[in-house]
Design a protein around this ligand. Structure first.
Ligand code: AHR
Length: 310
């Protein structure tokens, strides 16, 4: 009787494993390392099989990685585009194959937004606004005729670079004394930040600059290294505003070497996992998911800054 009962017990249906292809743009910063970890850690909490590929800051390579995911017939693609343009063909290939795409961190510039399911990331424009507001408030009461700003930009043609510049410019326009008098690109890389600041010091142009607005912490570290070889005191003679809020930059804020650190939240994993699970359950997914962020500065309590995980 027992054998019969065991034989007639209906077989439990096994859930099919969901395969997620995750294409990351590179490994240029501690911020990026945390962004990758955060997504991989959260996806590991589900019964997903994750195929991870690093594009090593090469767009062609990233396009090939996505084509590999399409050939493998993955269920979902998660990807951080290195740059804004040039994704339309491969996104169309994913759509034709019926594979939804989640874009995270940087965004793509496409005319047809139905080419991807959603974008999950920071509001880069708000980050630029926060940086601008710090500078605006810092000089508001100061009796200074001109305020010259050196903008150390991130990689060109990327949404953080475009929007951080836009957000910053929008705010500083309120004060006619403020001008971005020098703009250079450091590609979000420490060594390039150092190179650009070294050139500014060697040309003597640094003496005309009041503010450094740097698009990320890695480049700021490079710039600070270069400043060690000058007689300019960072944080005092040169006001420094940087973006990301890596733990190593919070230490620089605490020691007075930088004045303000705008947070860029790399912890996208939970949002990506939640979005995938809601999508699989048939929920409607919003086109844009912004992650919470703030600013830390010498104008606010430094002791209460939460420990960073990047
Ligand atoms: O796209 C986000 C930016 O890219 C981060 O600010 C930076 O650190 C990274 O390289």
């Amino acid at each position: 009787l027992f054998i019969l009962a065991a034989c007639t017990k209906p077989l439990e249906k096994e859930e099919p494993t969901i395969v997620v292809g995750f294409s990351q743009s590179g490994t240029e910063s501690s911020w990026r390392k945390r962004h990758t970890e955060s997504i991989n850690e959260e996806l590991a909490k589900e019964n997903y099989q994750v195929l991870y590929k690093n594009g090593f800051m090469n767009q062609e390579r990233q396009i090939q990685d996505i084509r590999t995911f399409i050939a493998y017939k993955v269920d979902i693609i998660v990807f951080t585009p290195l740059k804004e343009d040039g994704w339309e063909p491969v996104l169309k290939e994913a759509r034709d194959a019926g594979i939804p795409v989640i874009i995270t961190d940087r965004n793509v510039n496409v005319t047809d937004s139905s080419l991807y399911l959603t974008h999950i990331g920071p509001s880069f424009k708000a980050e630029g606004n926060r940086a601008g507001l710090y500078v605006y408030n810092y000089f508001k009461e100061k009796d200074q005729k001109t305020i010259n700003i050196f903008e150390l930009k991130g990689l060109a043609s990327t949404s953080p670079t475009t929007l951080r510049h836009e957000g910053f410019s929008e705010v500083i326009q309120r004060d006619s004394r403020m001008k971005i008098t020098q703009t250079k690109s450091g590609d979000y890389i420490r060594l390039k930040g150092k190179e650009q600041m070294t050139k500014l010091i060697q040309s003597g142009e640094i003496n005309k600059i009041d503010v450094l607005f740097s698009h990320n912490d890695e480049m700021t570290h490079g710039a600070l290294d270069a400043l060690k070889g000058s007689d300019i005191q960072p944080g005092k003679e040169l006001i420094i505003i940087t973006i990301d809020a890596q733990e190593d930059m919070i230490l620089k804020l605490k020691s007075g070497d930088v004045n303000a650190v705008v947070e860029c939240n790399p912890n996208a994993g939970w949002y990506v996992r939640n979005t995938i699970s809601r999508y699989l359950k048939g929920n409607t997914i919003p086109e844009e998911v912004y992650m919470p962020e703030t600013i830390f500065s010498d104008q606010s309590p430094l002791k209460t800054i939460p420990t960073r995980n990047y």
